[in-house]
Ligand binder design. Structure first.
Ligand SMILES: [Zn+2]
Length: 325
């Protein structure tokens, strides 16, 4: 018997086993075969398919809200981690405004009667914090010191009558371990990435790592305020943790295998932006022309590549000039 027919016979056996597996196994299988994109239209989904609440493990959920923003043309999700315990709920990141965040709260209300006790600011950008005022008074907000400063400055800029975002009362510069109702929750700063105050949330028992905006699933890197080379280092730290599930701040919550692969793809996209930026800087290409000269390969087709590239290269040029302090 040749090697090929051996392989074919094994394939037939496995296919037969798979066909008779339970409905759960069949439902899981296609998720590895999804179109790799962050754009809901490319997936054939509609606005009415959102928001979504997906269960990752017992008492652990991801809420995916859709931001319908006319300024950014494409429609993709913003994801929040929800950890339910017998001593309250921890939420990592929220949605862009109060109405969308109230929807998040109503979905949480469908899975538990426990109140939200903690909100972790993984990204201080407005699309993840703009709705923080919707949480009940008494909710504790936690962020990196950098993000706390950013939120204070944003509040100051809105003037005396503008709506204020709750300012975090606790900060995490490096690592903080919470024990909430017997669930260990680690808040980790893996390095400066998308905002400079990027916090990840790690659940050791479930081996789930929520990375907020340090990880976009198939969205071209947005480096508005980001730290190109340090971001790559932060992702490498996350990869070395070998989490079972890596949760992105934007993009689809795909199968664990796809999410793991796409975290690496995302790092590779950042590495491409950095290497192209340094290459052109060294060649003396002015920044204004660099966007037309960058060789992006497959990353050039990612969601929002054209929109995010100029800023991304600008940040790489700034890094090369030592301007990112
Ligand atoms: Zn964002």
């Amino acid at each position: 018997m040749t090697k090929t027919s051996h392989a074919l016979r094994w394939f037939a056996v496995l296919a037969a086993v798979f066909a008779f597996a339970g409905p759960e196994a069949r439902a899981q299988a296609p998720t590895d075969e999804v179109i790799r994109t962050a754009d809901i239209n490319v997936r054939g989904l509609k606005r009415s398919d959102f928001p979504r609440m997906l269960k990752l493990a017992d008492n652990v959920y991801v809420y995916s809200g859709l931001q319908v923003r006319t300024d950014i043309e494409m429609e993709f999700t913003t994801n929040n981690l929800v950890v339910v315990t017998s001593d309250g709920v921890l939420v990592a990141d929220a949605q862009i405004n109060d109405a969308d965040t109230r929807q998040l709260l109503s979905e949480i209300g469908k899975v538990t009667k426990q109140p939200v006790k903690y909100v972790v600011v993984g990204s201080d950008h407005n699309d993840h914090t703009g709705g923080n005022g919707a949480f009940a008074p008494g909710t504790t907000f936690i962020s990196h010191p950098t993000s706390k400063r950013v939120l204070e400055q944003r509040n100051a800029a809105t003037g005396p009558n503008g709506a204020k975002i709750p300012v975090p009362s606790e900060v995490v510069a490096d690592k903080k371990v919470l024990n909430l109702g017997g669930t260990e929750i680690q808040l980790l700063f893996l390095g400066r990435a998308h905002t400079g105050g990027d916090l990840s949330v790690y659940l050791p028992r479930e081996n789930i790592l929520f990375m907020s905006e340090a990880y976009f699933n198939r969205l071209f890197p947005s480096l508005y305020g980001g730290y190109p080379s340090e971001w790559i280092a932060a992702i490498k730290k996350a990869e070395a943790m070998n989490a079972a599930i890596y949760v992105p701040g934007h993009g689809f919550i795909d199968s664990p295998r796809v999410l793991r692969e796409e975290l690496t793809s995302f790092r590779l996209s950042l590495e491409r932006v950095v290497s192209e930026g340094y290459r052109m800087k060294k060649a003396g290409v002015p920044l204004q022309r660099a966007t037309r000269s960058a060789i992006l390969g497959p990353f050039g087709y990612w969601t929002r590549a054209a929109q995010n590239l100029p800023e991304a290269l600008g940040r790489v040029y700034a890094e090369a000039d030592g301007e990112l302090k």
